[in-house]
Design a protein around this ligand. Sequence first.
Ligand code: GAL
Length: 366
Amino acid sequence: MKKSIKSISLTLVIMMLAIIVAACNKSGDKVSVGIVLPTKDEERWLQDEQRFKDALKDTKYTTEILFSQGSSAKEKENVETLINKGIKVLIICPPDGDAAAAAVEAAKKEGIKVISYDRLITKTDAVDYYVTFDSVEVGKAQGQYLVDHAKGNGQPLYLYAGAATDNNAFLFFEGAWSVLQPKIKDGTFKIANSAEAVALQGKETLSRDEMSKIVGQVTTSWDPNEAKNKAQTHLTAAGADMKGDVAILGPNDGTARAIADVFATDKAVTSYVISGQDADKASIQYIIEGKQSMTVFKDVRTLVKDAIGMAVDLLDGKTPATTGEYDNKKIKVKAKQTKVIVVDKGNVRKELIDSGYYKADDFTGL
Ligand code: GAL
């Protein structure tokens, strides 16, 4: 009798322990903030991953970062994985703004708050907040740099754009067009590689549909290979009057380096000025060597800080502070916007090394 009571209580203890272990495991699996980034194939998003990791080191909240590798299907899967882990807030940057609607709608159904990160998720009401850089300003800075470094009159201008699935590509182009168009109109530049842009060159501001026509023609899809192929095609088709000293609207650093490499090997191109953005390490090296003219430094530390700050406010039941709104073609999304900094050879050390963003020994010839 005594023995059986003992064994029953032992079994009970074991069962209770098993329940506790199971419960611990479950809470160990729990994640409060899920982060989904578009791809590991571009330096820009590895930068964001690292800055998230740095910022989250000491937080009491559990987080997990997943990558979608340019696929909206993978992105949906990632969001479902995170929903199953019990996230309360989703920070997400989509490969395709329209296609991501389904993923965030699934999250919203579970009562999860959604923060669109850097790229706006479009055509859905399932986005609560947006953290972003001033993307129109990015495009303006790129265009302005080409204007400020224009040589003489009638200079060939090559236009390139980001991915048509990325809302930012339109904001960048809108900003660039606003400063380039007057200089096309007054004869400083002549468009070298886009019949659609030539057809619209008299228009100061373009509608989304008009921009789509140009972007469709000169898109790089944010892919350096596509950028390289397009640049080769354009230079093969260009006559001598479209060579010499040229200006190039490079949409971001990865594609700018690919385009610059092509222009650098054409003997009929005597000089080129090319823009970029992101302050990729590889592009900082190009700027030091004079192979890329400028970049727009988007301090990812600030964007990460804003996104996490918002997430923590939401977890604590507070309303995050915002600075404006963005129309996502369905609703106006409350947004927090961050400034950008123009970087070229002249201020690269001050902005990127002295600010502690990169280490001097990451580069040669600085
Ligand atoms: C944009 C982003 C840029 C650039 C590009 C390519 O949405 O704002 O910084 O990295 O995507 O990934």
